[in-house]
Design a protein around this ligand. Structure first.
Ligand code: FPP
Ligand code: ZN
Length: 317
């Protein structure tokens, strides 16, 4: 059968496992500095495919620990400066392995909470100070996984996100910046995690998101852009949080994701014919899970983690 209609699970597991086996070839992880996030993408894809055991738990935890800095944050790789992007990935991996208690949670909480600007409510990504709704999401998701949302000013954080809302119902990276499906995932995710979804104009934003589906079934991230498998996640998870997933054609999107599978090497690419990578593989797999594929574990649209993990942490919606 062609990849158009079959999900090539065994091949995808092999593709991801091979990345871990080739530790000397770090370019496999789309660049050394992205490695901790790469581990989170790989682990989440494996877990959703019921194959978590393909990675050695203790080996992964040892690597995660090596990325933890004295300031309580995680760098993208051993010896790199802490950043909220990698701190979230580190916490997500620990949560998946049920290993949060093995680390100094309070130190991590302190790193995250110090990055909030107590005037605007926004979050800086690191000590250098760039502000972006991606970092608001990372901080709030991370603290929620740690059960410590109380460590920051949540109403102020929510207010900053609300100020990033545009006339089209979408959200950008800072106030006044154009709507982008990746940032919309971050803002809707953060609002959902903080139980503030009433601030979203769900019909207007749902319409904007549904408009992202193109004739070939794929989704783009902004008007006039090409379809891309990773937007199966950014757009679909946002629609799921707004309870409007049925506003797009699910069958059509499933076919598009399956068409981007590499039938020889395994793995999923941004679109058919391109090289597969672990980033598009996790978002393709997570997208298929949201579309209701029963051979996969259910994914939590707020956290991009398996539902059993967020349930175990008492974060059920
Ligand atoms: C598009 O990226 C995606 C975003 C802007 C969202 C990124 C979200 C995070 C970093 C939060 C953590 C995510 C998860 C799943 C836990 P892009 O640079 O590919 O955009 P482009 O398509 O415009 O190039
Ligand atoms: Zn992409």
């Amino acid at each position: 059968m062609s990849a158009e209609s079959t999900f090539l699970k065994e091949l995808h597991v092999k593709f991801i496992k091979q990345l871990d086996d080739n530790k000397d070839e770090l370019e496999y992880w789309t660049g050394e500095h992205l490695r901790l996030s790469g581990v989170y993408w790989a682990l989440t894809a494996l877990d959703l495919m019921h194959s978590l055991e393909a990675f050695q738990k203790e080996e992964v935890l040892e690597f995660v620990l090596s990325c933890l800095n004295d300031d309580g944050g995680f760098g993208g790789f051993t010896g790199y400066d802490s950043h909220l992007l990698y701190t979230l990935s580190g916490v997500q991996i620990l949560a998946t392995y049920n290993a949060l208690d093995r680390f100094d949670k309070e130190k991590i909480v302190e790193f995250v909470s110090c990055l909030q600007d107590r005037t605007s409510g926004a979050f800086r990504g690191d000590k250098w100070g760039e502000v972006d709704t991606r970092f608001s999401y990372c901080a709030l998701s991370c603290l929620s996984l740690l059960g410590r949302l109380d460590a920051v000013d949540v109403p102020l954080a929510v207010n900053f996100i609300d100020r990033c809302k545009n006339f089209d119902g979408g959200y950008g990276n800072v106030p006044g910046s154009e709507s982008h499906a990746g940032q919309i995932f971050c803002c809707v995710g953060a609002l959902s995690i903080t139980k503030s979804l009433h601030l979203v104009d769900a019909d207007q934003l749902g319409w904007w998101l549904a408009e992202r589906q193109l004739k070939n079934g794929g989704l783009n991230g902004r008007p006039e852009k090409l379809e891309d498998v990773c937007y199966s996640w950014w757009v679909l998870s946002s629609l799921a949080m707004l309870d409007r997933i049925h506003w797009i054609s699910k069958d059509h999107l499933r076919k598009f994701i399956l068409s981007a599978q590499d039938e020889e090497t395994g793995g999923i690419a941004d679109r058919a014919g391109d090289y597969p990578d672990v980033f598009h593989t996790v978002f393709g797999v997570a997208g298929l899970s949201l579309l209701g594929d029963e051979t996969l574990k259910k994914v939590d649209p707020r956290y991009c983690m398996p539902v059993y993990v967020t349930n175990r942490l008492g974060l059920g919606s």
